[in-house]
Design a protein around this ligand. Structure first.
Ligand SMILES: Cc1ncc(COP(=O)(O)O)c(C=O)c1O
Length: 396
């Protein structure tokens, strides 16, 4: 079957929820991918900020293989050894006292919304339920999380949406303050808006959100689904702000490609979940936990996160140089290895051209090229990426 025939067959049986690029990857290693024809690609997308350790990292592969051969699933009506181990690791390295495991970012945020509502409901006799989120945010695709997402395009055709969400502009503390009502129970925010176009708020913004939440005794939920697990140079992107959140959600890079999500909370807030209030059949199963433990240990113990800022700064500097040659590259922004290039034109044709030349990244918010490579890339990988991008920009 040729690749075109395969794509026809795929489209005949898989729902059309994605605009897919016409390539079929069959193998990956580190920051490299290979398609069915054996063509090699340099991957600066990493499955959209998922494969932080690179594709098929040997330690994660080994952990999954060994766990699969021993025990894959038992259900959360029993105690699970590796669940305790990953939860302990997360607690040790974060603000949190307790962890709830699930399978994706949407599920982690859904859990956060439920936990915040239950916590506030109990304390206010049902008066506080509203969650403030940011315009251009992205929190997921379930009905509640797509409603939390401050982008109407993702909500089209889904009416009636769940009640109890209100949106304010990102990076605007005054607007946030104005938005509070007697019904507000929590604020939910990304440290850097990923799907919204790699938008980095001003220094002090997160701290400002925390202070406003403190004044009104509101919960602060940080969505670290895309920024977490070392992407911006620290395990969690909220760390440099010095604040303590009430709830943090994470997913993407947690299992280095194995589906895995988590919601972290303080003891006080976590106490609003008691048996029967929330659950997941697969969440925290032994196989996912083995992938999560191996990923987290490799990220921390092998010094991967320590190098992110240096590599990210180098990549940004090279992009800035390139932008001097191509006026269409309007703005370069981001942190660590979460980098956006805002263009003065549509980004899709550039993504397509780069793909043809064996270089992978994507476009978000219409005109922002998004680079979220494996965190293990080297300066040599960056040089190669810049070389290809130079070729691509020259030709458009
Ligand atoms: C910040 C953020 N939150 C939540 C999600 C949803 O995660 P998932 O696609 O795993 O449900 C995403 C996905 O891109 C995200 O970037």
């Amino acid at each position: 079957m040729t690749t075109d025939e395969f794509i026809d067959s795929f489209n005949s049986c898989v729902m059309g929820t994605y605009n897919r690029l016409p390539v079929v990857f069959v193998k990956g290693s580190g920051a490299r991918l290979w398609d069915r024809e054996g063509k090699e690609y340099l991957d600066f997308l990493a499955g959209i900020a998922v494969c932080a350790l690179g594709h098929s990292h040997p330690k994660v592969v080994k952990a999954i293989q060994e766990q699969a051969a021993r025990l894959m699933h038992v259900s959360n009506i029993f105690y699970i050894e590796p669940q305790e181990k990953l939860a302990s690791l997360l607690v040790e390295h974060s603000f949190a006292d307790k962890v709830f495991f699930c399978n994706s970012g949407s599920e982690a945020n859904e859990a956060a919304i439920k936990l915040a509502r239950r916590y506030a409901n109990a304390r206010s006799s049902g008066r506080q339920y509203e969650i403030i989120t940011m315009k251009d945010s992205f929190h997921g695709r379930t009905l509640a999380t797509v409603t939390a997402t401050g982008q109407e395009k993702f909500q089209a055709g889904l009416d009636p949406l769940p009640r109890g969400f209100r949106y304010v502009p990102f990076n605007d503390l005054e607007a946030l303050k104005e938005s509070f009502t007697e019904h507000t129970c929590a604020v939910m925010v990304e440290v850097i808006q990923g799907e919204g176009g790699i938008r980095v708020p001003d220094e002090g913004y997160l701290r400002g959100v925390r202070e406003l939440c403190n004044e009104r005794e509101l919960l602060m939920i940080i969505d670290e689904v895309q920024t977490g697990m070392g992407r911006t140079g620290t395990l969690f992107a909220y760390e440099p702000s010095g604040i303590t959140p009430d709830i943090v959600t994470m997913a993407k890079a947690m299992g280095n490609g194995f589906p895995l999500g988590a919601m972290l909370a303080t003891d006080t807030v976590a106490s609003a979940f008691v048996p029967g209030t929330h659950a997941s059949t697969f969440g925290g199963n032994p196989l996912a936990m083995a992938a999560g433990i191996a990923t987290m240990e490799a990220l921390l113990d092998d010094g991967v996160i320590d190098k992110v800022s240096e590599t990210g700064d180098y990549f940004c500097a090279q992009l800035q140089e390139l932008a001097k040659k191509y006026e269409v590259m309007k703005n370069i922004r981001g942190k660590g290895l979460m980098i956006g290039v805002e263009l003065a034109c549509e980004g899709a044709p550039i993504v397509y051209k780069a793909l043809e030349k064996g270089f992978l990244f994507n476009c978000t918010a219409g005109s922002v090229l998004r680079f979220v490579p494996p965190l293990i890339i080297t300066a040599k990988d960056v040089d190669r990426a810049i070389g290809i991008l130079d070729d691509v920009m020259r030709s458009v």
